[in-house]
Design a protein around this ligand. Structure first.
Ligand code: BV8
Length: 269
């Protein structure tokens, strides 16, 4: 990481953003935290307090305890349906409109980027709102959620499951290929709200850097990715990203709800 103070790192990032040809944004659970979606490393709340997400989000957990896993996803699906994108999501949608090429590469399954208006989007780990047949993989639009059993596929009778990538499952080749291609092509990669613990997503920032991109981490705290980032902007994504957009394009009619015009960067948390 370059040895520079916060103000300079912020200004350098805003300048790179304003002049960027191709921006990639790798996002993790932290970008949705300000929408009220618990991160993977937050202690699970209430009913789920005693379960470890890393253990529940696996094919083995579903095979051994399908109802428990199905109910966990139903709880998360209903939680996500009840929240809204936050200014960080809207800022990324703004960047997509402002630069020649932009791609959001998200590890999140909450669908908030699309709801905020991002259309150039790779959902590396799927989407919790989608449900598919656990045997054939066909996505189903409706299922019978009555009763105490996990719903079954009407076509083949296999259990239904969330359309997400569990640990030890392969990512969709077209998703990871597109993400890696973007990492090679971009001239700026923003790494937002991720602890950088989950592969192969966590390898994308170093790939971008090896291919010449400026890599900027936006996070509340240091992560395993911090050392390889050019700049680390410490603070909430919902504050930093809108400020970067307003600084990069001070006169744009931004929809990002923050005070207008050039301002000093938000102080680190
Ligand atoms: C695979 C969907 C091949 C499900 C998820 C090396 C190479 C390849 C694979 C591996 C490898 N080493 C290990 C592996 C295996 C494994 C892995 O990475 N394990 C980890 C735990 C070590 N990877 C896989 O299994 C992947 N598949 O590689 O296939 C293979 C096949 C067989 C065997 C081995 C390999 C599949 C991984 C996908 C798993 N599915 N999600 C679901 O959601 O239910 S991952 C899930 O956890 C999320 O999607 C997300 O990706 C991850 C959580 O990470 P983060 O998003 O970073 O969230 P976290 O809570 O950790 O951090 C939040 C951050 O935000 C913090 O830093 C915090 O400070 C910050 N923050 C908080 N608030 C804010 C903020 N920042 C800014 N503003 C704020 N307001």
């Amino acid at each position: 990481m370059r040895d520079t103070d916060y103000e300079s790192a912020f200004e350098q990032t805003a300048r790179a953003l304003a002049g960027a040809r191709c921006v990639a944004a790798l996002t993790g659970a932290g970008i949705s935290a300000e929408s009220g979606v618990p991160t993977f490393r937050d202690a699970q709340t209430g009913l789920w307090e005693k379960f470890d997400p890393l253990q529940l989000a696996t094919p083995r957990a579903f095979a051994e305890h399908p109802k428990l896993v199905w109910d966990w996803y139903t709880w998360r699906r209903e939680l996500v349906a009840g929240v809204k994108p936050n200014p960080a999501h809207y800022a990324l949608a703004e960047i997509e409109r402002a630069v020649p090429e932009c791609m959001v590469i998200t590890q999140n399954v909450d669908g908030l980027h699309r709801r905020a208006g991002s259309r150039k989007l790779i959902e590396l780990h799927g989407n919790i709102a989608r449900v598919k047949c656990s045997r054939e993989g066909t996505v189903v639009e409706r299922w019978d959620s009555a009763g105490d059993e996990v719903p079954r596929c009407a076509a083949c009778g296999a259990l239904l499951r969330p359309d997400v990538v569990w640990f030890e499952e392969m990512l969709a080749p077209e998703a990871i290929d597109a993400a890696e291609s973007m990492a090679r092509r971009c001239d700026l990669m923003l790494v937002i709200g991720t602890s950088g613990e989950v592969y192969p997503a966590a390898a994308l920032p170093s790939l971008a850097k090896a291919c010449g991109a400026l890599v900027v981490e936006i996070n509340l705290s240091a992560t395993t990715l911090s050392a390889s980032a050019d700049y680390c902007l410490r603070g909430p994504a919902g504050t930093i990203l809108p400020a970067l957009v307003n600084d990069a394009w001070p006169d744009a009619s931004s929809i990002v709800a923050t005070p207008r015009g050039r301002r000093s960067p938000p102080r680190p948390a």
